[in-house]
Structures are given as structure tokens and as C-alpha cells.
Design a protein around this ligand. Structure first.
Ligand code: IPD
Ligand code: CA
Ligand code: CA
Length: 255
């Protein structure tokens, strides 16, 4: 019997008041250069650890804001806030991203954008939805595509590689975007608002939920070498609708 994910989605949506609490989002610390963490990130991690633990005590918990531990065969993978810099600057483009991974394959994913009150969701083999309505990628010719790229602000030493690929991609596609929540960007590909996305280094919590949502919406993803995404360690990523993915895979392979 498949699991009932409705209480899990409710738990993710229950983070909304934490995200809108200005005292918490303006309580900011630096984890490193250009790497913010706010009290919102920390409170959401604690809140969902408690909520998910109460719902499913048998499932392990991995979060960006937790000390890394042993990787459970069945585990939640949480990014409490994806787009923390956006949150700190009041840019209103951040998300909560939660996946359930079993034997290193995502079986459920939810990405919640509290600012638009949008819930992107997928279960493996059951399609992807946005606020309950089915979504699908839009497979445009490359010259009609909007493409997002990420360039980690903490990795300025890798800037040339990302921006060289981006310049080449820009010459062939319609335009580039930088919304800077990777989970949301991948979900935007899933629902056709943009058509592709790439970044040299992401952590599993940035993409685990969104890559399942994208796959269930008819999109494709891999690392820059064309290998399937992994969920235990950082990866490069290239993803998109079929045409955009094929084009981006060639663009990153040329690097
Ligand atoms: C970041 C965002 C951003 C991506 C960075 C990530 P965070 O996550 O997803 O879009 O470019 O590489 O680290 O730090 O806001 O959770
Ligand atoms: Ca993130
Ligand atoms: Ca984060």
C-alpha cells in the first residue's frame, strides 16, 4: 500500500508563518563567505524534523542544517530554505524542498513556494502537480527556450566555467534567468515557465525533490557527465525538457 503524503505536504505548508516572521528572517549568520543562514532556516529544519518524526519515526532525516550522519536507506532530504540569500534580501523567491529517498531513488518530492502559495509535488510513477493540477514540461525549440543557470556565490573561483557555458547557451536560446532557488528553478522547468537549468555543483537537498517532480512532468536530468543524479553527495546538474536537456548536455560537455 502506498504511503499517504497529505500530512507530509501539510507539514511542509505549516512552515509558512516561520518564513513570514521578519524577526526570524532578519536574524542572519554567515556560514562562510557569501553563505547566509537565518533563524528561519534553523527553525524550519527543527520544526519538520519534529513533525516528520512524529508522522514516520522509522524514516531517517537528512537536512542542510543538521550535522551529517549515517545515510539511512529510507530518508527525508530537506532543504529548509532553498534561496536563503533571496530571503535575506526580501526578494520573495525561496522554497522549502523535501524529498523521500528509498534505496537512493526519490519516491516523493514536494517543493513549496510560500510567497506564491504554490505546492509542486510528485510521487514516483504518479505524475507531477502544481497545487493539485497536473503539470508537464514544454518542449520548445532551443531558440525559444528560457534557461536558468546557477553559479554558487560561495564558489567565485569556478565562475569562468559557469559563465562561459552560460554565454554560449545565451547565444543559442531565447534568454537566461537567475531566480536562484535551484529547487524552484527545476520546478519551473517542470511546469514550462522555463525550459532548462544547469549548475556546476549542487547538494542533494537542492534537487532531490525537484528532480523527481521534473521527471514526472516529462523532463530529464543528469550530471554534467550524463550520469544519473545521485542523492548522497554533491553533484553537477543539467536538466530540461527533452530538447533543452539535449542542447544543455552538449553545452556542458563541451567544457
Ligand atoms: C542555493 C540555491 C541557489 C544555488 C546555490 C544553492 P541555498 O541554496 O539553490 O539557487 O545556486 O548553489 O546553494 O544556500 O539558498 O539553500
Ligand atoms: Ca539550497
Ligand atoms: Ca538552504
Amino acid at each position: 500500500m502506498s504511503m499517504d503524503f497529505a500530512p507530509v505536504i501539510d507539514a511542509v505548508r505549516s512552515t509558512r508563518p516561520i518564513i513570514f516572521d521578519k524577526a526570524l528572517s532578519s536574524s542572519v549568520k554567515m556560514k562562510g563567505e557569501a553563505d547566509f543562514v537565518t533563524e528561519v532556516d534553523l527553525r524550519i529544519s527543527e520544526h519538520l524534523k519534529q513533525q516528520l518524526g512524529a508522522l514516520h519515526p522509522e524514516i531517517g532525516f537528512m537536512s542542510e542544517e543538521e550535522e551529517p550522519g549515517e545515510l539511512a536507506r529510507r530518508r527525508w532530504i530537506l532543504d529548509p530554505i532553498d534561496g536563503t540569500t533571496n530571503l535575506v534580501f526580501g526578494y520573495n523567491m525561496s522554497s522549502v524542498s523535501l524529498a523521500l529517498v528509498e534505496d537512493e531513488r526519490p519516491v516523493f518530492g514536494v517543493v513549496y513556494n510560500p510567497f506564491a502559495d504554490e505546492v509542486f509535488c510528485a510521487e514516483a510513477g504518479r505524475g507531477a502537480t502544481l497545487n493539485g493540477a497536473p503539470i508537464a514540461v514544454v518542449d520548445r525549440p532551443v531558440d525559444g527556450c528560457l534557461i536558468e543557470f546557477g553559479a554558487g556565490s560561495t564558489r567565485k573561483h569556478e565562475a569562468d566555467e559557469a559563465f562561459d557555458v552560460a554565454k554560449n547557451v545565451f547565444k543559442h536560446c531565447l534568454d537566461l534567468r537567475r531566480i536562484c532557488s535551484s529547487a524552484l528553478a527545476i520546478c519551473f522547468v517542470a511546469c514550462g515557465r522555463i525550459n532548462g537549468y544547469f549548475e556546476k555543483r549542487l547538494k542533494p537537498w537542492d534537487y532531490a525533490a525537484a528532480c523527481l517532480i521534473l521527471a514526472e512532468a516529462g523532463g530529464q536530468s543528469s550530471n554534467w557527465d550524463g550520469a544519473p543524479m545521485q542523492y548522497a553527495a554533491p553533484q553537477s546538474i543539467v536538466c530540461g525538457s527533452p530538447k533543452a536537456y539535449a542542447f544543455l548536455q552538449e553545452a556542458v560537455a563541451a567544457k
